[in-house]
Design a protein around this ligand. Structure first.
Ligand SMILES: Cc1cc2nc3c(=O)[nH]c(=O)nc-3n(C[C@H](O)[C@H](O)[C@H](O)COP(=O)(O)O)c2cc1C
Length: 356
């Protein structure tokens, strides 16, 4: 795997933080970016209805830091004129890339013709892509699923259409809309997309280990890899992946460093939002992050029931002190469960994302 370009933007290493509504916000993206190894970050999806009607929440979701570059801002919607207006706003906000969501399976999005509903309405998708392309001068990219259902797998057709409309990178999540997050991503269809178009294609779905990522890359021949849920479990996954790509032993964070990252995240959250909201986000990340650690389930129980910032901090300190001294925490069992449990862009902030 080697770096690739989206027009003049180098994606180096060719590893992308996959967009996740309610997760890949300003705080989380910077947390991951600071760990290293990320070639491109993508915002949460942002409603074009919210953006073009000046919803403050949608505007806040566009906030990013210079340090995050290159950054793509993802928008979702169904009306070509609104999509074009929103894309212009994204460019004005200084993003490097406009990304269109063509994969969200959430009923609230699909009902209005956006997200994965576009996979079933190619004339509308074509209108959207042409209108957006005309409105912006920065690169336009697309993130899609492989089709709406098992009987409607049309990723290759969609990719060719996108390429003809001037899209400059396609990210393919190897599941159908109907599949939701069940089963495994179909990387064979991702390979077919890669072979069908000449623009760069990145693959996505279920990468939580470097071994699996490398295997899927080899089998599919994609230019880049997107990692979503795996980054919540292991914020160092990009750095470790990069290490292997560049012939080094993958970096292994110490327990102390894992603790520090949780505390760093909490501090960043508290700078950005009220304590109550920060507590929720903290529980969300800690829940994923402690999977596979000794006594992780018991630690999560404690966190879920924490009512204040101080209680969270105390629980983190006690937990890491206990396990670093190899004392028993909870029932002392190591959870053998590396499963990606969080499913869907419905999971956290669909309410917020669909406002307006
Ligand atoms: C909580 C959550 C929110 C998501 N939100 C978005 C989104 O806003 N835009 C998008 O294109 N995909 C979204 N996705 C899909 C992910 O980007 C990715 O395609 C999917 O999780 C598969 O990759 P993974 O197995 O590495 O997680 C979301 C996924 C999750 C779990």
């Amino acid at each position: 795997m080697k770096p690739f370009r989206i027009r003049n933007i180098e994606i180096n290493p060719p590893l992308i933080l996959s967009p996740m509504a309610g997760v890949t916000d300003y705080t989380f993206r910077r947390l991951i970016k600071r760990r290293g190894g990320v070639g491109l970050v993508v915002s949460e999806f942002i409603s074009v209805e919210g953006l073009t009607r000046s919803n403050p929440k949608s505007w806040r979701q566009m906030k990013f830091d210079e340090f995050e570059r290159p950054i793509a801002i993802q928008i979702f919607g169904a009306q070509p004129e609104r999509m074009a207006m929103a894309a212009e706003m994204v460019e004005e906000a200084g993003a490097d890339i406009v990304d269109i969501n063509c994969g969200c399976p959430a009923p609230k999005v699909v009902k209005h013709g956006g997200g994965s509903a576009l996979l079933r309405d190619l004339p509308r998708l074509e209108q959207i892509l042409k209108a957006v392309k005309k409105a912006i001068s920065i690169p336009l990219t697309l993130k899609m699923r492989i089709g709406y259902s098992d009987n409607e797998i049309n990723a290759v057709e969609v990719a060719k259409l996108a390429q003809d409309c001037g899209v400059e990178h396609i990210a393919v999540h190897g599941r159908t809309r109907e599949q939701g997050y069940k089963g495994l991503a179909n990387w064979d269809v991702i390979r077919q997309v890669k072979e069908a178009v000449s623009i760069p294609v990145s693959g996505n779905g279920d990468i939580t280990t470097i071994e699996y990522g490398l295997r899927k890359w080899r089998e599919s021949g994609v230019d880049g890899i997107l990692i979503g849920r795996g980054a919540m479990q292991n914020p160092w996954i990009f750095r470790q992946f990069q290490d292997v790509l560049e012939g080094r032993t993958p970096y292994q964070p110490s327990l102390e460093e894992k603790k520090k990252v949780l505390l760093e995240f909490f501090e960043m959250l508290r700078e950005e939002m009220p304590e109550f909201a920060a507590l929720g986000k903290m529980k969300q990340l800690a829940g994923q992050f402690t999977k596979g650690l000794v006594g992780g389930a018991q630690f999560r129980q404690k966190l879920y029931h924490s009512q204040s910032a101080q209680e969270i901090l105390d629980n983190i300190t006690i937990y890491f002190e206990t396990i670093s001294k190899e004392k028993t925490y909870g029932d002392g069992l190591i959870e053998a469960d590396p499963e990606l449990e969080i499913t869907s862009c419905d999971a956290f902030s669909m309410e917020a994302a669909c406002e307006a």
